[in-house]
Design a protein around this ligand. Structure first.
Ligand SMILES: Nc1ncnc2c1ncn2[C@@H]1O[C@H](COP(=O)(O)OP(=O)(O)OP(=O)(O)O)[C@@H](O)[C@H]1O
Length: 266
């Protein structure tokens, strides 16, 4: 039997912000059905890699293919087809505050399908139930707790039944109990909806709980990709530093820092 085609293929990806190289030729492949965690310290390049996979940033060199489609050379129509097959849950939840929870979840269906209103309502309520928010459709986002906002955003991200779900820092800003509940939910989504899930996180406990495989990023380099057991046993000082929460020595170049500061305020 031949192995199923990968859903994500990133090859030799380089990313630069100005004169700084942020990703140094990253290779990254995700197969159907797995939960892949991208783990790494602050500034290691996790969000930059994610932005390239979502087509929000264009590679300076190297390539990103989702479902076999190279995002840099795809037509608008091909890109739209890819977008319909992915769901994204961003760090802040990003619900629209002027809409009810139900309307937020229904948004992708209203934008991308011509389904009738009743079907849209049923589908969005079903997804709210999947994330344990059944019956909350008429509330406004301001009436939800931090954990509930994350779950509602997750319901919106999966309302189109994407094959591939990206989840950016699920635990950010949540207390440990709510964060653990969200981890359970991610596992349930994979099993119930048969999704492939890519999670970006720097939370070690969460990473090891949900991951099938982990890619460890450090200073724009992939240090390794492997199972949780492989990563735990890794004979690599940087990985062990990360796992044991040992800080790296940071050398700040004062000139470069000042230049960036001035650049950012211009
Ligand atoms: N828009 C930008 N312009 C310039 N530099 C940037 C920009 N975005 C990120 N960087 C820099 O690129 C490097 C990698 O950032 P990135 O956000 O990808 O890391 P990260 O691993 O997601 O970090 P964190 O966990 O803190 O979010 C950092 O040094 C950051 O300061």
């Amino acid at each position: 039997m031949t192995a199923p085609a990968p859903l994500i293929e990133v090859e030799k990806l380089e990313a630069w912000y100005g004169k700084r190289r942020i990703l140094n030729g990253v290779d990254f492949t995700v197969h159907p059905g797995e939960i892949r965690v991208i783990m790494g310290g602050s500034g290691s390049g996790k969000s930059t890699l994610l932005r390239h996979m979502l087509g929000l940033n264009r590679p300076v060199s190297g390539s990103v293919r989702l479902f076999g489609t190279d995002l840099a050379t795809a037509s608008d129509r091909e890109k739209l087809e890819v977008r319909k097959r992915i769901g994204v849950s961003f760090q802040g939840g990003a619900l629209l505050t002027s809409m009810t929870v139900g309307d937020n979840v229904a948004l992708p269906l209203r934008e991308h399908t011509s389904l009738d209103e009743q079907t849209i309502r049923i589908m969005s309520r079903l997804k709210l139930e999947v994330v344990n928010l059944g019956g909350f459709q008429d509330l406004m986002p301001s009436q939800l707790s931090g954990g509930m906002i994350k779950r509602a955003a997750l319901a919106r991200a999966v309302v189109m039944d994407p094959r591939l779900l990206f989840f950016d820092e699920p635990s950010a800003g949540l207390d440990p109990v709510v964060s653990a509940e969200l981890d359970e939910l991610i596992l349930r989504l994979r099993d119930a909806l048969r999704m492939t899930i890519v999670v970006v996180t720097h939370e070690l406990d969460s990473a090891f709980k949900i991951a099938d495989t982990i890619t460890v990023l450090d200073q724009g380099n992939v240090l390794m990709t492997g199972t949780t057991a492989d990563v735990r046993a890794a004979d690599n000082e940087r990985i062990q530093d990360l796992l044991n929460r040992r800080p790296r020595e940071v050398h700040v170049d004062a000139d470069e820092y000042l230049q960036r500061l001035v650049g950012e305020t211009e």
